[in-house]
Ligand binder design. Structure first.
Ligand code: NOJ
Ligand code: CA
Length: 536
């Protein structure tokens, strides 16, 4: 059972992102669904995660696979029904597993009744719920661009003689967050899921809700991808957003134990840090995506984490993630010939032992791959529009590899995206039985986290180590148990590295077994060696 009085559960939790189309298909239509997730509840417990973030499963024409919502209070039949969600939530809660859902309210689907009404006439009461500009000629009102269509973000609406704004696909018209009725309608939808018992929200492009009141054109920027030569200062990331974050926070807090994590629309963590609010009266957390853009380098990862800790307001809580449904999987990003698995162990240890809430992406625990797909298999509107220059996001959304049976045990029917070719040897069932597998590395780390408070609440101090090694100490002081120091050493290279260690007991390691004692002094780290030591 979950503890509804525990308002800080999200600081201790390890989150696991489920992309529902690709997790488990329960009714043989080739698309994953809510019942499929429920069938796998044991799995989350075996692995040892504490909370799920499920990408959108709401009613949607699926032009952006659920990130285009046409009813904020219903489940799409592809994924099941509201009852299925309720049943999943109840069963998850009985096991102590929390569920966070996706709140996609920068835009709706163009098939949402609100937009259908809004576009019908300038005098419709919903008209002002979206963003419009009069259409006086062929030239769009400013230079804002539609990311997924690689063209102007303004689309004509014949009935009103206006343009509407859509910065993702044309089927995702953007809301006018300056309209109080729109805000109230969204807050109402928010309460709907909280009333059902959802444990919080991941807020889609949360920093994009407000646009410049004067609709000024963005200035030119040399940054090519994905900004298409623009510095996005007017079409997103406007200061008005903070008032809305406070509103959301007040709603969430009125339920006692719910959590909001925002997706920020910008590459610099400065923006993510600002979402917490100076007095931490904004979002509980905002995704730090910096690791997604870092090359494989101990120095760069340390710099990134250090900067994130410095940027966050003093009482804010950090978070880290390496993969999600929008970026190539990190196993693939960091693969290096035969070292791919070794690097994945280093990366997992970093993610799960730094100070902050980790977010895992389904399949990373078995090192799922992310090879480019042939054009005929592409489904993602971004991939379809930009192929072959970019390959879109389908490769990171392929079906979960459960076992070596047909379609990797994901579905008896032909899956909506192809299953990775390596599934016969790379799958959950095979890895679970192999004590040396990546799956067991994750499961061991997750168990370790739970047994060592220092890994969750302990302070973090960086250790001086040779280049290409990243190392830190986590310290927890408890009145009853005294001080606990836990040291983490990660060799990011294929070379031998000399470090100095205190006397201690190995808690987890790639070369040294847990439980082994080590002596104080110099010690050689092998290629990609991971060593987690309890000092003393
Ligand atoms: C960010 C989501 O993560 C992405 O998948 C989606 O396409 C856009 N927002 C638009 O909602
Ligand atoms: Ca299905």
């Amino acid at each position: 059972m979950i503890d509804r009085r525990d308002s800080n559960w999200w600081k201790q939790a390890v989150f696991y992102q489920v992309y529902p189309r690709s997790f488990k298909d329960s009714n043989a239509d080739g698309i994953g669904d809510l019942k499929g997730i429920q069938e796998k509840l044991d799995y989350f417990q075996e692995l040892g995660v504490d909370a799920l973030w499920i990408s959108p499963f709401f009613k949607s024409p699926m032009k952006d696979f659920g990130y285009d919502i046409s009813d904020y209070k219903d489940v799409d039949p592809i994924f099941g029904s509201l009852e299925d969600f309720q049943s999943l939530l109840t069963a998850a809660h009985e096991r102590g597993l929390r569920i966070v859902v996706d709140l996609v309210v920068n835009h709706s689907s163009d098939e949402h009744p609100w937009f259908k009404a809004a576009r019908s006439s300038r005098t419709d009461p919903r008209h002002d719920w979206y963003l419009w500009k009069p259409r006086t000629g062929r030239r769009p009102p400013n230079n804002w661009i539609s990311l997924f269509e690689q063209r102007s973000a303004w689309y004509p609406n014949e009935a009103t003689g206006e343009w509407y704004l859509a910065t993702f696909t044309r089927n995702q018209p953007e809301f006018n967050w300056r309209n109080p009725e729109l805000r109230e309608a969204i807050y109402d939808a928010t309460r709907f899921w909280l009333d059902l018992g959802a444990d919080g929200f991941r807020m889609d492009v949360a920093t994009a809700y407000f646009k410049d009141a004067e609709f000024r054109s963005n200035p030119f920027s040399f940054n090519l991808v994905p900004n298409l030569l623009q510095h996005h200062i007017y079409d997103r990331n406007r200061p008005e957003i903070f008032g809305v974050f406070k509103d959301f926070r007040a709603i969430a807090d009125s339920y006692g134990d719910r959590m909001l994590i925002g997706e920020t629309h910008g590459l610099d963590p400065v923006l993510a840090a600002s979402c917490h609010g100076n007095n931490c009266d904004g979002l509980h957390m905002a995704f730090n995506f910096d690791f997604l853009y870092r090359k494989w380098s101990a120095r760069l990862f340390r710099e990134s984490a250090e900067r994130w800790y410095e940027l966050l307001p003093s009482s804010a809580w950090p978070n880290f993630t390496l993969s999600n449904h929008d970026q190539p999987r990190h196993y693939y990003r960091y693969r290096s010939g035969r070292h791919a698995d070794a690097r994945a162990r280093v990366a997992a240890t970093m993610l799960l032992c730094l100070r902050g809430t980790p977010f895992l992406y389904y399949g990373e625990e078995i090192g799922m791959n992310c090879e480019p797909l042939p054009k005929a298999s592409l489904r993602d509107p971004l991939g379809v529009a930009t192929w072959p220059l970019r390959i879109g996001r389908d490769p990171e959304r392929t079906p979960m590899q459960w076992d070596d049976s047909l379609n990797a045990g994901f579905s008896p029917a032909s899956p909506w995206l192809p299953v990775n070719a390596d599934y016969r040897h790379k799958n959950v069932a095979t890895q679970k039985t192999d004590p040396d597998s990546l799956w067991n590395w994750y499961a061991d780390l997750l168990r370790l986290r739970k047994s060592q408070p220092a890994l969750i609440t302990g302070t973090l101090t960086w250790l001086d180590v040779p280049p290409e090694v990243m190392a830190w100490k986590r310290t927890e002081r408890r009145q009853s148990e005294g001080k606990q120091d836990l040291l983490v050493y990660l060799n990011f290279s294929g070379k031998l590295k000399t470090i100095s260690v205190p006397v201690g007991t190995v808690l987890q390691g790639t070369r040294v077994a847990a439980g082994e004692r080590i002596n104080a002094g110099e010690r050689t780290l092998g290629p990609y060696e991971v060593l987690v030591v309890s000092q003393g």
